[in-house]
Structures are given as C-alpha cells and as structure tokens.
Design a protein around this ligand. Structure first.
Ligand code: PEP
Ligand code: MG
Length: 345
C-alpha cells in the first residue's frame, strides 16, 4: 500500500501484534508438554533424514523422532553405506535426541532409485520391488542395516519400523531376521538393548484393513498417509494431474486411519502417524478425536501443532471425528462439519 490510510495502518498493526504474540507463545511452548485443553497428552515428534536434523529437533521442541528416513544414508553416494558408517549415524541421533527415536529401515525403490542397488525396470515401480520387498531380495543389505541399528540401540530409546508391510507374514519374516542378527551379535559379546520396540508402517490399505491382526504381532503402528492415500485412491503421489485425489480428510481415508488406531488400542499398543497429514492443522483435530497417540511431522510444524492442541477438547473432537466417520460422504462435508467444532483462525 502506498500512503496507506489510517484504517489500513491500524488493521496491519493489529495483525503484526497478533503475529508477534503468536511467535512469543510458540517460544514458551518449546519445553511444554503436548496436551489438549482437558489434559490429554500426546507425543509430538519429528521426521528426520540424517543426523544433521538434530538441531532442528531441539530448536522446535520436538519430543523425539517419529520417523528417521534412513534411505538418505544410502542415496548420498554411489556405494552402499557400511555397517560402521550407519552405526555412527544412528548412534549420533540416539545420543543427541532426548526421547524415542523411530528408525525406519530403508525404503528404497519406487521413486527412490539407487546406483548401488539397481532394481530391474518395472512397469509400476510404486507397486513393485520397493522397501521391505527389496530388503527380502537383498537380505545381506538389510542385515547390515539391522546390525548397525542393534549395535547403536544401547545409546537411546530406539524403535525399529519396517516400511511397506502388506502381510503379517512379511512382518514376521522381517522381525525374524532382526532377532537372528540380534542373537548373532549377543553371541559375539556385543551389547544390544533388550527394550527395542519393533513396529510397522501402515501404508498399504490391506494392512490398514487387517490392523487388528497386525496389532497382535507388533509393538506399534505408524500410519504413512503419503503412501496410504496414494494406494487407497490409486493416484500416483508424483502425478500432478491426479493430485486432486490426495484427500486426507476423505471419509474413506479417515475410516482406515480410525481402524488402525482402534485396533492398536484394543491390543494395548500405540498408534502414530508419520505422513504429512500428522502436521496438517486441519487434520489434527480429527486425529485427536480418533485417539492418535503420536504425531510425527517436519520439525518446523511441531510448535504450531502444540499450540493448536492446547485449544482442543478431546470429548468434542471425538464427537467431531465420529460424525465425520459416520455422517460424511466427501472431504468437503468433513471440512464443513469442522466449522462446528474448530475455529481455524
Ligand atoms: C508415508 O508414506 O506417509 C511416509 C511417511 O513415507 P514416505 O513419505 O517416506 O514414503
Ligand atoms: Mg511411505
């Protein structure tokens, strides 16, 4: 505005003041717990890609790591990372993060191609030899990663998570390989933590539907909505032409998420989310209402989510989520319904 009139100036002064107050509030929330108005506590943790992200965790008051995307360690060079170099990376993160650290075993394949680990050309790479499937094909590479993780486990609160699990057998097989490596290390006299939780990512609708059975086997489930939405909607997450189908608040997606959370709780396990949706301010009230325990997001989203959390009442959010799950047929209807429960301004 050139030569703004008094009214414009005072409007923007008020906005500035509001923003300054908000920033000051966020600062005070850095060391606060993540609680709703009625005292319900959740965990707000961060997604990271390397030990370089530790500073961001501290700066933004994240309570741990909900997703360490380890594939970046593999993508850095033309050669596969050694057991020792991986061990150092995991140890650094575990030593420097005050809280749980969920490490996802490598998620190579799909769009993430590696020179050091070539996979044959596929018609549909996102439906092909990706993540845990590649780990089973190249078991020696998987075992190397697991050994590095197990050796580092004594330095913090490590949790290991397998990506792209479709069947209970896949989980059992992956866990079996982990336990085999653990036994070998222990026999070699290497110290390994006895309290490592082992869980899975829920990214495939088949696993979300069968969450009650998975919950009997795993220690936790973390919902990867980036892929879960892609696979549920049959819409490539890299293809802009079908990006309108990326609908986190579509009741179909909400039902899958709710199914996973309720199934985890029925077996006394915890449910987290590490896809983009976990830090989406419009989704958080629904997720609180469905009872999600752990929200993992980019570190820069943690404080504003903690601020939002403080304004939410669990019982009210439960009612909102239940109505969204049972009464709505479109994402637009869910967002319309949200106006009765949340003020997003
Ligand atoms: C996800 O699919 O939601 C997820 C967190 O994994 P990535 O985005 O790395 O595939
Ligand atoms: Mg994924």
């Amino acid at each position: 505005f050139v030569n703004p009139d008094e009214e414009t100036v005072s409007t923007y002064e008020a906005k500035r003041k509001e923003f300054e107050d908000y920033k000051a509030e966020l600062k005070t929330l850095k060391t606060a717990e993540s609680v709703s108005t009625d005292g319900h506590k959740v965990l707000l943790v961060a997604n990271i890609g390397s030990p370089n992200d530790i500073e961001a965790i501290k700066q933004n008051g994240a309570e741990g790591v909900g997703l360490f995307r380890t594939e970046f360690l593999y993508m850095e060079s033309d050669e596969l990372p050694t057991e020792d170099s991986q061990y150092e990376a995991y140890k650094t993160v575990l030593e420097n993060v005050n809280g749980p650290v969920v490490v996802r075993t490598m998620d190579i394949g799909g769009d993430k191609k590696l020179k050091a680990l070539p996979v044959p050309e596929e018609m549909n790479p996102f439906l092909g030899v990706r993540a845990i499937r590649l780990c089973f094909q190249r078991e020696e590479v998987f075992r190397t990663q697991l050994r590095a993780l197990l050796r580092a486990s004594v330095y913090g609160d490590l949790k290991i998570m397998f990506p792209m699990i479709a069947t209970v057998d896949e989980f059992k097989k992956a866990k079996g390989i982990l336990l085999d490596e653990k036994a070998k290390l222990v026999a070699e006299g290497v110290k390994v933590s006895d309290s490592i939780e082992v869980g899975i990512m829920i990214e495939i609708p088949a696993a979300a539907m069968l969450a009650d059975q998975f919950a009997k086997e795993v220690d936790f489930m973390s919902i990867g909505t980036n892929d879960l939405i892609q696979y549920s909607m049959a819409a490539d997450r890299m293809n802009e032409q079908v990006s309108y189908l990326y609908q986190p608040y579509n009741p179909s997606i909400l039902r899958l998420i709710n199914n996973v959370i309720k199934a985890a709780h029925a077996e006394g396990k915890w449910a987290g989310m590490c896809g983009e949706m976990a830090g989406d301010q419009k989704a958080v009230p629904l997720l609180v209402g469905m009872g999600l325990d752990e929200f993992s997001m980019s570190a820069t989203s943690v404080l504003r989510t903690r601020s939002l959390m403080k304004k939410l009442d669990t019982a009210k959010m439960e009612e909102y989520a239940n109505r969204a799950l049972t009464e709505c047929s479109t994402m637009e209807e869910v967002l319309e319904l949200s106006k009765e429960y949340v003020n997003f301004d």
